[in-house]
Design a protein around this ligand. Structure first.
Ligand SMILES: Nc1ncnc2c1ncn2[C@@H]1O[C@H](COP(=O)(O)OP(=O)(O)OP(=O)(O)O)[C@@H](O)[C@H]1O
Length: 606
């Protein structure tokens, strides 16, 4: 627990800690007001029902004399106005305090979920290959709110509640020490027994709930994400059933926790009522000293019923904190430990790239080189790339071909800086990629096999990641022209403002792909990577697109993975991959002396 408190504390900076402290003080005032409100009602009713109390009670008679009241009615009216004023002030204060409290807590929640999202986005690509998106979605959208509303807010309320309970306890102790001690002893024993019985179960349920949330997100994501395949194969029931199973577990878990919420109250109440009834029975059977016993019982009941709401709230808050602590562990691990590790790694996952405009973009001048690069995916026995050395001169076009699974995409991912070589180096213009990652990213355009279109306009999809007001429409049209899509977009009623739908469902596969090409060209990169980028296009369109790509040659360095030989017909160099090795290099045109010698190839260049 100490460790958790230390870590929680570490999430806030100095200013935020001050704000939290302020909330705690406000919370104590709110609790004080609540007690005062309830506390004033009883004496008021006593005075209203027995007006001669004003003369009998020393405080009341002093007030009556000092404030020069002439009648009991005037005193009573004044008391009513005062009581109302106290309640109005109390409730206005509580409303204001609730607003402040949620503002501080929810502002922190926004900060943490944003920082977790940033951490995930800046993690090395390997991290994303290993983690399920459902877990990341759950952590950002479900677990972070649990940390703030279930752990931090509850902890602050717990502190305030403990303080209030200590006040009530001290007051009762002063009035009736023995009854208070007996009742609190009994309650403490009940609470201890409750936690002895349920402590472990609450923690386990909290951890189980994390898995359930992950699975529910996963199955809805998978079912809705593959809606076309699901429909065609008639597998709706399979996905709904998988979701239902976890949904039922979720309902069971929620029910368990909701019922558990009531256990301490019902349990303590039963115990107290038993106590009172047993005492009544004893009194009735003994038939002696009834009056004395009755007054003792009244005191017992007073102590018990004043302390009970506080104890209930404390038990409820401790249960909530225990249930939500697993969420905190997960968020903390991903925020600090993994991101710390990632930040110690060189290269890819180091930090979030600043917008390309903030870099002095130097186009590729000399070459991209790979020197003895080997790579193995995490937890894999076999290497995916073995001892690859090559050099692609600036302004040339290079094709990477080979059988499926031979390592072409892995090789491109290494050059993109998405994967970090296990051995060897990637050198861009004579400088290791590790030292110029951000600059490199602003120089490259990447067109994958499947373009992820956002649920937005064509304009926003081409100028991907650029703020609405900063988009240059002329540039968007130019890129669409290069991608052979200009006439189609111009023919649409809304032209650039046409909404493409979720993942571009309102466009054909070829149109989606060409938007991806236009997107890659938007930032005018000096190096263009195409990973099976035209394989979804028909032969004619592909030829048109490749002609456009061909026209970029000289101006841009182009690296293409393709299966169709027609796609790579115009490439200057062809690299042939087999089982993770570079087995052949064919230099079709250009200067052979620009290739490093000897190349680590099995075959001989033709
Ligand atoms: N995330 C991953 N984790 C583990 N192994 C992987 C991962 N991605 C790829 N591999 C393995 O690495 C090897 C090379 O894969 P890669 O995707 O680079 O091949 P490829 O030549 O691009 O194939 P294709 O033409 O089918 O796209 C394959 O054996 C593949 O199973």
């Amino acid at each position: 627990m100490k460790d958790v408190i230390r870590k929680l504390y570490g999430l806030f900076d100095k200013r935020e800690k001050r704000k939290l402290g302020f909330i705690l003080v406000m919370m104590l005032f709110a609790a004080f007001f609540e007690v005062l409100g309830i506390g004033l009602i009883v004496p008021f009713i006593s005075v209203a029902t027995k007006p001669n109390l004003i003369q009998d009670n020393s405080v009341l008679s002093y007030l009556y004399e000092t404030l020069q009241f002439t009648s009991t009615t005037a005193f009573l009216i004044c008391s009513v106005v005062l009581l109302l004023a106290v309640f109005v002030i109390k409730n206005v204060y509580i409303l204001w305090y609730q607003h402040r409290q949620y503002k501080v807590i929810l502002d922190q929640q926004v900060k943490l979920s944003q920082s977790l999202f940033r951490t995930y986005l800046t993690k090395p690509y390997v991290f994303h290959l290993q983690r399920n998106t459902a877990v990341l979605l759950r952590n950002i959208n479900v677990e972070v709110p649990k940390v703030f509303q279930g752990v931090i807010l509850s902890a602050l309320q717990l502190i305030a509640e403990i303080v209030v309970m200590i006040c009530i306890f001290s007051l009762l102790l002063a009035i009736e020490p023995i009854a208070t001690l007996i009742v609190s002893g009994l309650m403490a024993a009940c609470v201890a027994l409750f936690f002895a019985l349920f402590n472990k179960k609450i923690g386990n349920r909290g951890r189980e709930q994390q898995n359930i949330n992950r699975e529910m997100i996963k199955w809805t994501n998978q079912g809705l994400g593959a809606s076309k395949e699901v429909k065609v194969s008639g597998k709706e029931h399979f996905f709904v059933e998988a979701y239902r199973k976890h949904s039922v577990r979720n309902a069971n878990n929620t029910r368990y926790m909701k019922v558990l919420d009531h256990v301490p109250r019902l349990y303590i109440e039963t115990l107290l009522v038993t106590l009172v009834l047993v005492m009544l029975l004893v009194i009735m059977l003994q038939k002696t000293g009834v009056e004395g016993m009755m007054s003792t019982m009244a005191l017992f009941s007073l102590a018990a019923f004043r302390l009970m709401p506080s104890i209930n709230r404390i038990v409820g808050l401790v249960t909530t904190i225990k249930y939500n602590i697993p969420a905190f562990s997960v968020v903390y691990e991903d925020l600090s430990v993994v991101s710390g590790r990632a930040s110690r790694r060189r290269g890819s996952g180091r930090q979030m790239s600043a917008p390309p405009s903030s870099y002095r973009v130097e186009p590729l001048k000399r070459s991209i080189e790979l020197s003895n690069v080997s790579f193995r995916y995490p937890e894999q026995a076999e290497v995916a790339l073995s001892d690859i050395s090559l050099s692609i001169p600036a302004g040339k076009s290079a094709a990477i071909i080979g059988e499926s699974g031979s390592g072409k995409s892995t090789l491109v991912d290494i050059m993109l800086g998405l994967l970090e070589p296990e051995q060897g180096r990637v050198i861009v213009d004579g400088v290791s990629l590790n030292y110029r990652m951000d600059e490199w990213r602003s120089q490259i355009g990447y067109i994958p096999q499947f373009i992820y279109l956002t649920d937005d306009t064509i304009r926003a999809n081409v100028a991907f990641g650029v703020a609405e007001n900063d988009i240059d429409d002329a540039k968007v049209w130019h890129c669409l022209e290069q991608a052979q899509l200009k006439s189609y977009v111009a023919s649409l009623p809304d032209a650039l403002e046409t909404e493409v739908g979720e993942r571009g469902v309102r466009l054909s596969g070829g149109q989606r792909q060409r938007i991806g090409i236009a997107r890659a060209l938007y930032h005018n990169p000096s190096v263009l990577f195409m990973d099976e980028a035209t394989s979804a296009l028909d032969n004619e369109t592909e030829q048109e697109v490749m002609n456009a790509v061909e026209a970029l040659k000289g101006d841009k360095t182009i690296i293409i993975i393709a299966h169709r030989l027609s796609t790579i017909a115009g490439c200057d160099i062809v690299y042939v991959m087999n089982k993770g090795k570079l087995v052949d290099v064919q230099i079709k045109s250009g200067k052979a002396e620009e290739q490093p010698r000897p190349l680590a190839v099995a075959g001989s260049p033709s």
